[in-house]
Design a protein around this ligand. Structure first.
Ligand code: ADP
Length: 288
């Protein structure tokens, strides 16, 4: 199931042959497999026929930034990224065995995320652009969160959705009214190191019950956008949120702000998948 040229290139990059392959489902963008190497080690391999090495090298940089933060979150080690002569990009990581969560797993996960968010940058953004799903994500530095949110998060996705006729000009007008109100809505916070794409499909508990996160879209941002996204599709327990809050309390009124932060992932989903996501965007933004 792995294209031959990917298998060959991976073997060459790792300097060892692949003995067996088992497909892994659950990804929304790439194809994935567990590969067993000749020395008995398992590795996690992702590849994409439509994307070259660039996208995966950005993922590697994100994983390394998260690892360097040295929080209690487990971050898979990266062993190789590259591209075949035919342009198929790939990424080889440590394979994380999924285990049963313990009583303490979710609270520790909440604390560990708070620990990550206590890594503060001087500005909002990152020293390089990266990807959200397969769409590019601009991380130009801004001093103010609101400017970053409007110019680097909402505007590029909104333009894309309007150009592809997934959203209309009237929605743009609602966004413009919302922008005016943002200074009263978003509380000031320092820029936090974020995973950037933290939904339930991007974490698992390992064999020791430790939360492992992967597939990031890292930048320094307002930590509430990360928490808002965890609520969008569910899959995070009350124990997780309680532990986060006691480790790093949120400012009052977060629940009311959640939908506004989630306009970003909903616009991204509108552009990636269409369907009902555009309607969700419209129903949030038309209140403004
Ligand atoms: P995509 O980029 O296509 O969204 P993901 O990186 O989310 O793909 O990976 C797809 C699935 O593979 C995840 O939902 C998870 O179940 C599993 N997975 C991801 N990373 C690892 C890993 N390092 N070890 C084991 N399984 C993993």
């Amino acid at each position: 199931m792995i294209p031959d040229e990917v298998q060959q290139q991976v073997q060459q990059s790792l300097g060892i042959s692949i003995e067996s392959v088992r497909s892994v489902s659950g990804g929304s963008i790439n194809e994935a497999a567990r590969i067993k190497l000749k020395d008995g080690q398992n590795r996690f391999l992702k590849w994409n026929q439509m994307a070259g090495a660039e996208m995966f090298s950005k993922e590697e940089r994100g994983l390394k930034l998260l690892k360097r933060a040295d929080s209690e979150l487990r971050i898979p080690e990266v062993f190789a990224t590259g591209e075949t002569e035919t342009g198929i990009g790939f990424l080889v990581q440590e394979f994380i065995e999924q285990g049963q969560p313990k009583q303490s797993s979710a609270p520790k996960f909440g604390e560990a995320l708070a620990e990550l968010h206590r890594h503060h940058g001087k500005q909002f953004g990152l020293d390089h652009d990266n990807y959200i799903g397969r769409l590019s994500q601009s991380n130009t530095w801004h001093e103010k969160w609101i400017g970053f949110f409007i110019e680097e998060r909402i505007q590029p996705q909104l333009k894309m959705a309007v150009n592809s006729k997934k959203l209309g000009e009237n929605t743009v007008a609602h966004f413009e009214s919302l922008y005016e109100l943002l200074p009263e809505i978003f509380p000031e916070e320092p820029p936090s190191l974020l995973h950037g794409d933290l939904w339930s499909g991007n974490y698992l508990y390992d064999e020791n019950g430790r939360a492992t996160v992967y597939d990031p879209a890292v930048y320094y941002g307002h930590r509430e956008i990360e928490l808002a996204f965890t609520h969008l599709f569910g899959g995070f327990s009350n124990k997780f949120y309680r532990a986060y809050e006691s480790a790093y309390p949120l400012q009052p009124g977060f629940t009311k702000r959640k939908d506004i932060y989630n306009l970003y992932p909903l616009l991204v989903h509108t552009n990636l998948f269409g369907g009902s996501y555009g309607r969700q965007v419209k129903s949030i933004v038309k209140q403004f």
